[in-house]
Every structure is written in C-alpha cells, then in structure tokens.
Design a protein around this ligand. Structure first.
Ligand SMILES: [Zn+2]
Length: 153
C-alpha cells in the first residue's frame, strides 16, 4: 500500500473487468485458463508474437506489479473492445484445421465437426450441409458397398 509506484489502478481495474467478462463468456474455463486467454488476447493489441504470461496478468491485476506502458495500453484497448465485442466471436477459439474449401485464416466456423460415417475413415470434418455424413463421396460409395454386403463383418 505504501508503494504507490507499483500501482496502476486503472490497468488493474480494467484487468478485473476483462476477467469478469471473459469468465461470463467462457464459464467452463478455469481461472488460470481465463488468465492464459487474457494473455493471448491482450498480446494481439500490442503486436506481440507471443502471449503475455498469466503470472503477469495476475500480478498486474492484483496491483503487485506495475505494468509496462505497452502492456497498460494493450489492456485498455482490449477493455474498450469488450464493450462492443460480438459474443459469437468472443466465444470462438482458434483451432488448427485442414481446409479443403476456401477458408480464410481467422474465419469463424459456426458448424460443429463430426467424424466421417465410413468407419475405416472416421476423419473429423465440418459438413457443407447438416445432413452430410461422409467427408467425401468416395467414403459414401465404399460404405454403401459394405452395407450391401451385409454389414461390417
Ligand atoms: Zn471419410
């Protein structure tokens, strides 16, 4: 308390607001998981290649570490962006995929993946239409041959 130079109450408060907002959006995520996510998202506002550590997030939020100016700036930019953040976008998370169609990096994929219904394939894919069960026409042809022969024996 008697070390005011360690404190940046505006950044600490913004981090508490961000923590609360992300906690509401990602209720299944642990507290440390939320801090990891905050570190990733704040880093996007400061042109950093790697995320800020969850330890740094924790220390600045609790007022036990004075943030660098670039960190403080990135926190405020993120806090302001939260006010008009699209909830679907906020809930989305990056995953690696193998795109066969034209999928732009960073796209929001709204559909769920499912495994190909041809058992030897079973590769997960995001269907073009909800009723699609095979990842390719070839898997459909092969599976229908198995079914004709009387099942997978
Ligand atoms: Zn398949």
């Amino acid at each position: 308390m008697n070390q005011p130079h360690l404190r940046d109450t505006q950044t600490s408060q913004a981090l508490r607001d961000i923590t609360e907002a992300l906690g509401a959006i990602m209720p299944e995520t642990s507290k440390s998981g939320i801090d990891v996510e905050i570190g990733k998202r704040i880093a996007r506002f400061s042109n950093l290649d790697k995320p800020y550590s969850r330890t740094l997030i924790h220390l600045v939020r609790s007022g036990n570490k004075k943030p660098s100016p670039s960190f403080a700036h990135a926190v405020m930019a993120f806090a302001y962006s939260l006010d008009d953040m699209d909830p679907i976008r906020a809930r989305s998370k990056p995953v690696q995929v193998n795109a066969a169609g034209k999928v732009q990096a960073g796209s929001i994929v709204l559909a769920d993946s499912k495994p190909c219904a041809y058992p030897p394939c079973a590769i997960p894919f995001v269907p073009r239409v909800p009723w699609q069960i095979y990842h390719s026409p070839d898997c459909g042809i092969k599976n229908r041959k198995i079914i004709k022969r009387g099942g997978n024996k």
